[in-house]
Design a protein around this ligand. Structure first.
Ligand SMILES: [Zn+2]
Length: 162
């Protein structure tokens, strides 16, 4: 049965109203050389570490770069949220735990020789496949010290900003 055309509504815009917890991080003192790759890597390091520390499922926390990578936006995607992002600001040692988990996840505590830049055990996932080329955690033992220092410097700057 076909409806009469005068009862059809055109230009209907579907909208969703949602409130969720967010965290905006501004990476500071990031070298201009490879900046996009460094910020992208930090994005997934923080996301993966937050998920690990607070035992969140992959779809409970999401992230996006804003302003061409000037800011990192994190939000609790699950309905109602878990209150995790507010804990990062309220608990003094929360970011220390995140940084410690990040070093473990990225094989700095237990080097994984087969992980050259990043792997599905550390930072890569189906959800971030468009950023795989920008995600560069170098795990080779002869580069470990140099890159570990860089990761720690980035974390310290982020903590100071928050
Ligand atoms: Zn890896």
């Amino acid at each position: 049965m076909q409806q009469p055309t005068d009862s059809l509504h055109t230009e209907v815009h579907l909208m969703v109203d949602n409130t969720c917890n967010i965290l905006v991080v501004e990476p500071l003192s990031v070298a201009s050389e490879n900046r996009e790759a460094i910020v992208t890597t930090m994005q997934y390091v923080l996301k993966t570490a937050i998920q690990a520390v607070y035992r969140l499922e992959a779809d409970e926390l999401d992230t996006e770069r804003l302003g061409g990578g000037k800011y990192l936006l994190f939000w609790e995607a699950a309905e109602g949220g878990a209150g995790v992002l507010s804990q990062l600001l309220e608990k003094p040692d929360a970011f220390r735990k995140i940084a410690d988990a990040a070093l473990d996840i990225c094989h700095f505590k237990h080097p994984k020789d087969s992980c050259i830049q990043a792997c599905y055990e550390c930072l890569l996932s189906y959800r971030n496949q468009f950023d795989h080329a920008l995600t560069h955690i170098l795990h080779l033992p002869n580069k470990l010290v140099k890159n570990k220092k860089r990761v720690q410097n980035c974390n310290m700057k982020i903590i100071q900003k928050i």
